[in-house]
Structures are given as structure tokens and as C-alpha cells.
Ligand binder design. Sequence first.
Ligand SMILES: Nc1ncnc2c1ncn2[C@@H]1O[C@H](COP(=O)(O)OP(=O)(O)OP(=O)(O)O)[C@@H](O)[C@H]1O
Ligand SMILES: [Mg+2]
Length: 260
Amino acid sequence: MVHRQLSILNGETILTAVQGKQQQESIVELSGVHVTLGSHAGPVHILRGIDLEIRKGDTVSVVGPSGAGKSTMMMIMAGLESPSRGTVRVAAHELTAMDEDELALFRRDHVGIVFQAFHLVPTMTALENVAIPLEFAGVRDAFDRARDELVTVGLGHRLGHYPNQLSGGEQQRVALARALAPAPALLLADEPTGNLDSGTGSQIIDLLFALSGQRDATLVLITHDQSLAERCQRHIRVVDGLLQDGEHPLAHPDVVAIPS
Ligand SMILES: Nc1ncnc2c1ncn2[C@@H]1O[C@H](COP(=O)(O)OP(=O)(O)OP(=O)(O)O)[C@@H](O)[C@H]1O
Ligand SMILES: [Mg+2]
């Protein structure tokens, strides 16, 4: 068996995980990432020195208490937030060297994101929500591709429905189709089942894993649900803006088992 060493450096903490898989290329490299924002009460240190490498094709859970910085770290990976300090390299692009226009193109071409609150455009049908971003990306058969993607997520019968005419689970399927349609190398999901009942949530998660696997997308999944986190190959724990030693990341009270 071929073993590979993964090192996550976090201040004085070194996490070393050994995985029985071939050496792969990195898709995410965060180095010394700090995010500090101003507030009335003074600066808030949200991320305090994150070093993280994620390899292509990995499935990674991100767990940790509320307010720890998980979503902020994901926004950094997506190029939606800029670090105050440190470097961010995703899909061989140095995000910290890019301007807003370059970041928009980077996101369009490399990253799919699924949020807890779906974030569909309310004035667009399911089909348009998926097709219009593809059109902006210059895809000629955008509507055909969007239709295929919606059929894949089981929504072929709801193409003309507006978000307010769709259930939460159906809206999340549209969001998943929208995220996957451009074939992103990196799929980021921030508590994608947080607004859904457990049965509907598990269908969405099955789709998320199946489709990201089929398309060789790297999946980073923020969740408070232990059973979802356990489905990932790797587990990262964020506490108070830092990565924590991840030897037993799931055996912690803030990651709860949600009964199915
Ligand atoms: N614009 C902002 N200005 C100041 N502080 C902020 C801002 N945005 C987020 N924060 C703070 O940053 C911290 C981390 O927020 P973040 O959303 O990354 O946490 P999280 O780990 O995703 O939490 P949850 O599990 O509740 O979603 C929180 O304490 C939050 O209040
Ligand atoms: Mg969050």
C-alpha cells in the first residue's frame, strides 16, 4: 500500500494523517491565513493563522463550534473573502494576487458553492437559475445543459417552477445543479442540509456525494451533523479561528448525531 503524509500546521500543533492512497495534486493551499474584521468593539480576529492543504478528489468535512470561522474559511477558499494576511492558492490560482474581476472569473470556472439557505434568484425559474450563469460563462448550449443537470438531480418535472413554488429540498437540488453544471473542480457546501428535514437532507447529501464523486470534484462540506461528517475521507476541525489537532475530530459535543 502506498502511504502519503498530510501535514496541517497550526501554530504549535501538527496534525499528521496517513492515508492509503496515491500521491495527488493539491487543489487548496491555505498558508498563514488570517482574517481580521473591524467592529464597533474593535478588531475581530476571525481566522488566526490557518495552514491547510486539500488534495484533488478528497472529500473533507469541516466541523467545529458555531462562530469558529468555518464559513469564513470556506469563503476564503471560494475567493469570496480576502485574507488580511497569508496566501490562498486554489486550483493552481493564487487568489491573493487577483483583483475582483479575476476572482469572479476564477469562481465561475473552478468553484461550485451550495449554501444552507439555497440562494436562488427568486425571479428566475429553476431552469433559468441553472442556465443563466452558464450563459454568462459563454456555454452555448446552456439551457440544454441546465435541463440535463436538473434531470440528474431529479427535478426534470419542475423546470418552469420559481423558487417559491419549490420545496426546500427541491430548491437545494436546483442549487446543487447550479453548482455542478459548470463542472467545478472544487465543490464547497456550507451546511447544505441545515434547512431541511433529515430525510430530505440525506437525499441531498447522497446526491452531493454521488455527483461530486462521478465528476472528480473535490468536496469540502461544513456540517454540524456527525453522520454526514463521517462520510468524508478527511475531517478538519476549526476552533476559535484555528485548525485543531484532528486525531479524533468527530468525538466532540458540538458535532451531534442527528437521528434519521
Ligand atoms: N462582517 C463581520 N464583521 C465582524 N465579525 C464577523 C463578520 N462576519 C463574521 N464575523 C464573526 O466571525 C466569526 C466566525 O464566523 P463564521 O460565520 O465563519 O462562523 P462558523 O464557524 O461558520 O459558525 P456557524 O457554525 O454558526 O455557521 C463569528 O464570531 C462571527 O460573528
Ligand atoms: Mg457557518
